[in-house]
Design a protein around this ligand. Structure first.
Ligand code: FAD
Length: 404
C-alpha cells in the first residue's frame, strides 16, 4: 500500500495524520511540509508570540516524539510541486517522486499582496508563518510606530498586542467597518470603540496608495494624498488559497479547491481540507472556504474516517475565536449573510451577545467575553434547536433557560 501522502504540514495536515493513526490506519503516512518546522499552531502568532519571547516549541501541536511514536513521517522543508494523477505520484521540489494511495491537499493559504509601490521594501511585513512572526517581533522591538493595513482579525489582534507594549499603532481599513467580512455591524462597532479606547488610531474607508521610503519603509501614502510615518508596515489584507497544485493537475478550483461533503476533489483519491478547500456547507447557501482551526481539524477528521471506511459527510458547526486585548470574540455559525441582528441584554460593560438572523433563520451568534453563551450557541446550531427572532427580541429572553 502506497499509503496516504499529505501535502502541507499545518493544522489540517497534522490532524489527518493523527486521526488516521487514532482510527487504526496501518499504512504509511507521510506529511510533506514546505515550512522548515514541525506542525504548529498559528493563532498565538498574532496574539502572544509577537509580544513575548516565547520559544517556537511553545507553538508545536505535538512534540517531536509524537511522530516517531505514531510512525508518521514528516518531511519538513520540502514541497510538493506537481501531481501525476494517472501514475498516482507526487513530485517534490528535490525531483523525488512519491507514490500515494490517497493524497490529501492541506496547503493552506498565502497572504494577499497589495499591488502598490513600495510593497516589497524592507520594513514591510506580512504575518502567516512563525518565521513571519519572529521577523515582526524583532522589528517591533526596535520600532516606535506601526502602520497596519487591514482591519480583519489578524490586523486587530496585532494592533492590540503592540499597543500593550506601548508603541504607536495606526490601522487603516478600506471598508466602512472592521472585520466586515465576518461579523455583524454591532460587533464591528463595539471593536472600533474598544480599539480606539486602547489607543490605536483607526481610519476607516481609507485605502493604501503606496509604501514610502527609499531603502526601507518610512511610512505610507493614502489614497486621499495624506501620509503617515511608520517604522514598520504590516500588510494584513487577507489571504488567497494555495490551490495551484490542484489547478495544474486539472482538479476543479474556484477560489480554492472544490470538494464534496466528504472533502473529495473531482478525483476520488484526492482530498482537500482546511484553508485551501471550498465546500458546500449546511450553514450557508453558497460554497464557502473557511479559515479557522475548527474547520481545519474537523475536515481532517472527515477525511481520515473516509480513507478507512465509508465515513460521514462534513457538517460540523463552524466556530472560531479572536483575542483582541482583553476581549475574546467568539462566533458560532456563519453570520456574514445576516440581515437582522438582535442584541442580547448587555449586562456588564465589555461583554456582548449578538444573534444574527436572515429573515427568521438564526445564522449564528457572536459573543464578546461570554464563553458560556458561545458554548450554548454551539449546541443550538449543532442540534438544529433554532430560536425564533421574536423570542430573542423579548426583554426577558434568557439563552440558558432556552437551551435547558
Ligand atoms: P496552514 O496551517 O496554513 O498550513 C498549510 C501548510 O502547507 C503551510 O505550512 C504551507 O507552507 C504548506 N504548504 C503549502 N503548499 C505546500 C506544498 N506544495 N507542499 C508542501 N507544503 C505546502 N483560526 C482560528 O480559528 N482562531 C484564531 O484565533 C486564528 N488566528 C490566526 C492567526 C494567524 C496569525 C493566522 C495566520 C491564522 C489564524 N487562524 C485562526 C487561522 C488558522 O490558523 C488556519 O485556519 C489554519 O492554520 C488552517 O490550517 P491549514 O492546515 O489549512 O493551513
Amino acid at each position: 500500500d502506497a499509503g496516504v501522502v499529505i501535502a502541507g504540514g499545518g493544522q489540517a495536515g497534522f490532524q489527518v495524520a493523527a486521526s488516521l493513526r487514532q482510527l487504526g490506519f496501518a499504512g504509511p503516512v507521510t506529511i510533506i511540509a514546505a515550512e522548515d518546522r514541525l506542525p504548529y499552531q498559528r493563532p498565538p502568532l498574532s496574539k502572544t508570540y509577537i509580544k513575548t519571547d516565547a520559544g517556537f516549541d511553545s507553538l508545536l501541536i505535538r512534540p517531536d516524539s509524537f511522530y516517531a511514536k505514531n510512525d508518521i513521517t514528516v518531511r519538513t522543508g520540502e514541497r510538493v510541486v506537481s501531481i501525476d494523477r494517472q501514475g498516482s505520484t507526487v513530485t517534490l521540489d528535490s525531483g523525488e517522486q512519491l507514490a500515494y494511495g490517497h493524497l490529501v491537499l492541506a496547503t493552506g493559504a498565502a497572504n494577499r499582496t497589495l499591488p502598490v509601490a513600495g510593497a516589497t521594501l524592507p520594513g514591510v511585513h506580512g504575518l502567516r508563518t512563525a518565521a513571519d512572526a519572529e521577523a515582526l517581533r524583532a522589528a517591533i522591538d526596535a520600532a516606535n510606530r506601526l502602520v497596519i493595513v487591514g482591519g480583519g482579525f489578524i490586523g486587530l489582534e496585532v494592533a492590540a498586542a503592540v499597543r500593550s507594549l506601548g508603541k504607536d499603532v495606526v490601522l487603516i481599513e478600506a471598508a466602512d467597518r472592521l472585520m466586515g467580512r465576518t461579523v455583524s455591524r454591532p460587533v464591528s462597532a463595539f471593536f472600533l470603540d474598544q480599539h480606539r479606547g486602547m489607543g490605536t488610531e483607526i481610519r476607516l474607508e481609507t485605502a493604501l496608495a503606496a509604501v514610502l521610503g527609499d531603502d526601507r519603509a518610512e511610512g505610507v501614502l493614502l489614497a486621499d494624498g495624506t501620509t503617515i510615518a511608520a517604522d514598520i508596515v504590516l500588510i494584513a489584507a487577507g489571504v488567497v488559497p494555495e490551490d495551484r497544485l490542484a489547478r495544474d493537475a486539472g482538479l476543479a478550483t474556484d477560489n480554492g479547491i472544490v470538494v464534496d461533503t466528504f472533502m473529495t476533489t473531482s478525483d476520488p483519491r484526492i482530498f482537500a481540507i482546511g484553508d485551501c478547500a471550498v465546500f458546500e456547507s449546511p450553514f450557508t447557501d453558497r460554497p464557502v472556504r473557511l479559515e479557522s482551526v475548527q474547520n481545519a481539524v474537523d475536515q481532517a477528521k472527515t477525511v481520515a474516517a473516509r480513507v478507512i471506511g465509508p465515513g460521514e459527510p462534513y457538517r460540523s458547526v463552524p466556530w472560531f475565536w479572536s483575542d483582541q486585548g482583553p476581549f475574546k470574540l467568539q462566533v458560532v455559525g456563519l453570520t456574514a449573510g445576516s440581515d437582522h441582528v438582535e442584541l442580547g441584554r448587555l449586562g456588564e460593560e465589555g461583554r456582548l451577545i449578538a444573534y444574527c438572523f436572515r429573515g427568521d433563520r438564526l445564522l449564528g451568534i457572536e459573543t464578546v467575553n461570554r464563553p458560556g453563551e458561545h458554548m450554548l450557541g454551539r449546541r443550538i446550531l449543532g442540534q438544529d434547536l433554532t430560536i425564533a427572532r421574536a423570542e430573542v427580541a423579548r426583554h426577558d429572553f434568557d439563552l440558558k433557560a432556552h437551551v435547558a
